[in-house]
Design a binder for this molecule. Structure first.
Ligand code: NAD
Length: 370
């Protein structure tokens, strides 16, 4: 099979879907066509791919392969370069029905890796986790870089400096890594989430959980989420959470928000009145910015100062750690390919496999998921 690795073209996207490490494994069985320069922004030069057994080609050849490995879903121009009947694997945004319809219309067999179920067998191919983990780390780095004080407590001859207080809103994969990273830097950390199992995880990392009690059975039931993901909480609970968070935010130096609900706009967790009440010079990193933001004052792609608070709206934080983000993503892809390439090295679709079924979003000209 010919496997193509095109360069990503979306603005700000620095990652690449295969690295020399994964190409070496693929090239043992397949013809691997890497577009010249595809890995450059992630510090993987053409020569490293060549040494791993890839052919360095132009974009037309990479997109013209039997199977194309991508980070982001191809845009219209890229789709037009792909052959009907070819296979596409990438983060295709399974909630974007318009995009899926376009992929199906182009006759592609497409796998959206974000749609893999959160089960143990899928962990090694879990792109949401591998990338959120990196993004959570980078969010703390960005915050520390903007924050004009120390993170750890320091006792010096010139006096004592207090440890920074960090508040993490939403403790999935990114939030847990943000807690761990801020902890390593010596901060004092509090965190909030809707899902009950999170409390124990937060505490095991040495942070304090902000308990927002459930007052009705309905609240408790919704808070369980579904498939490990959160569901929108009733307004009554959101109001109680906002009141508690408002008080904690007044004391915080850094807030990192990561709260998401699959397929929906991100919930608003830090309103303008809370920003107004925060200390001057404090920092918010809104990791949900691409889904509308957890703070209404966040601006996509910009750092703004509102009421004396720095609000960072940098999207795609994983792309700022391009080499490692690509390395982990490429391994996720390689592991996924084991499910769709058989022992004779042919492409197969095993619809009995729940990971294949969940990720297969387009086949035979139709969208298989909405
Ligand atoms: P996500 O990115 O979808 O959401 C981030 C966090 O925001 C979640 O913890 C969510 O509960 C939280 N959130 C949503 N609304 C909120 C609100 N109003 N206030 C506060 N927090 C709010 O989450 P994710 O990182 O993709 O993780 C989702 C789940 O998948 C988690 O349960 C995680 O443990 C689980 N997971 C399982 C596996 C596995 O078993 N293979 C692998 C990775 C993740």
């Amino acid at each position: 099979m010919r496997i193509g690795i095109p360069a990503e073209t979306r603005p700000g996207e620095t990652r690449v879907a295969a690295t020399p490490e994964t190409v070496k494994k693929l090239a043992a069985k397949h013809q691997v066509l890497v577009e010249s320069g595809a890995g450059v922004r992630a510090s993987y030069p053409d020569a490293a791919y060549e040494a791993a057994g890839a052919h360095i080609v132009d974009g037309a050849a990479a997109f013209g392969a039997d199977m194309v490995l991508k980070v982001r879903s191809p845009d219209g121009a890229e789709r037009a370069r792909m052959r009907p009947g070819s296979v596409l694997v990438g983060m295709l945004n399974p909630f974007d029905t318009e995009n899926l319809a376009a992929l199906a219309g182009a006759g592609l067999t497409a796998f959206a890796l974000e749609a893999a179920p959160r089960i143990t067998r899928a962990q090694s191919m879990d792109v949401l986790s591998s990338q959120a983990n990196i993004a959570g780390y980078k969010a703390v780095m960005l915050a520390a870089n903007t924050y004009q004080r120390f993170m750890p407590m320091l006792m010096t001859a010139a006096g004592t400096v207090k440890a920074a207080r960090v508040l993490i809103m939403g403790v999935g994969v990114a939030g847990l890594q943000a807690i761990a990273t801020a902890k390593r830097l010596g901060a004092v950390i509090e965190a909030s989430d809707v899902r009950p199992p999170v409390k124990e995880q937060v505490e095991s990392l040495g942070a304090k959980f902000i308990d927002v009690p459930y007052e009705t059975e309905e609240e408790r039931e919704i808070a369980q989420g579904s498939g490990g993901y959160a569901r929108p909480m009733p307004a009554s609970w959101m109001q109680r959470q906002a009141a508690l968070v408002h008080e904690r935010a007044k004391l915080a130096d850094i807030i990192i928000t990561t709260a998401l609900i699959p397929g929906r706009k991100a919930p608003v967790l830090i309103g303008e009145e809370t920003v107004q009440a925060m200390k001057p010079g404090s920092v918010i990193v809104d990791m949900a910015v691409e889904q509308g933001g957890n703070c209404p004052l966040t601006e996509l792609g910009r750092t703004v100062v509102k009421h004396g608070v720095y609000i960072i709206g940098e999207p795609n934080l994983a792309s700022l750690v391009a080499a490692d983000a690509s390395a982990l993503y490429a391994r996720n892809v390689l592991d996924f390919l084991k499910l769709v390439i058989d022992k004779e090295d042919r492409f197969v679709i095993d619809r009995e496999d729940e990971i294949v079924r969940a990720t297969l979003v387009c086949a035979d000209g139709a969208v298989l998921r909405s």
